[in-house]
Unconditional design. Structure first.
Length: 195
């Protein structure tokens, strides 16, 4: 396959996944629910914590930055923390407790009741996200999962947003799109822009 054909094919497949999201009432309802829950958390003085591995770690950092810095327009920062960024903490927890406890240990230390934890896992089976998800209920933290169509995490979270695809790159592209929609809704509700 030549480059242009590959590019056209990739874009068509990626668009097909986004169209599946757009035509899914369940996905749109879940996105709306997550945005409303985050607005409620922020109005109560709480924060958002995010975690994932690999590309999903980058997505966790990306979404946290949108809350803290800005999204569409200037406004005060909103408290959000990616549990994927502190190398000293990650290596200490990994060394002392094991990689599976990487996020649960931080969630236990950093969260308080009323916070929102967003786990991101394209497979839906990331063990360290599973461990954090299991701990969320005990901590009084609302749990959200961004996943694909498979895995056990979709049945563990308070709110699940499942991309209808088994293909990791298309799931990741959809996750950041979903994260952007959530950020935009939250920003507009907490800091309504005068028209």
């Amino acid at each position: 396959m030549d480059n242009l054909s590959y590019i056209n094919n990739y874009l068509a497949n990626s668009i097909e996944v986004k169209q599946a999201l757009a035509s899914s009432p369940e996905v749109k309802k879940a996105i709306s629910m997550v945005a409303d829950r985050i607005v409620e958390a922020y109005n109560n003085g709480n924060k958002v914590l995010l975690a994932g591995n690999g590309g999903s770690a980058a997505d966790a950092q990306h979404i946290a930055a949108e809350f803290v810095s800005r999204f569409f327009y200037d406004r005060p920062g909103l408290p959000a923390l990616a549990l994927t960024t502190d190398t000293s903490m990650l290596t200490a927890i990994g060394n002392d407790y094991g990689y599976d406890k990487l996020f649960a240990r931080q969630l236990q230390a950093q969260s308080r009741p009323g916070d929102v934890f967003i786990g991101i896992s394209t497979s839906g089976n990331s063990k360290n996200v599973v461990a954090a998800m299991e701990l969320s209920e005990e901590l009084g933290v609302t749990s959200v999962i961004l996943c694909g169509e498979g895995g056990k995490l979709k049945d563990m979270a308070d709110i699940s947003i499942c991309v209808p695809s088994p293909v990791t790159p298309y799931i990741q592209e959809s996750h950041i799109c979903i994260g952007h929609m959530i950020c935009a809704i939250v920003e507009s509700k907490i800091f309504p822009k005068e028209t």
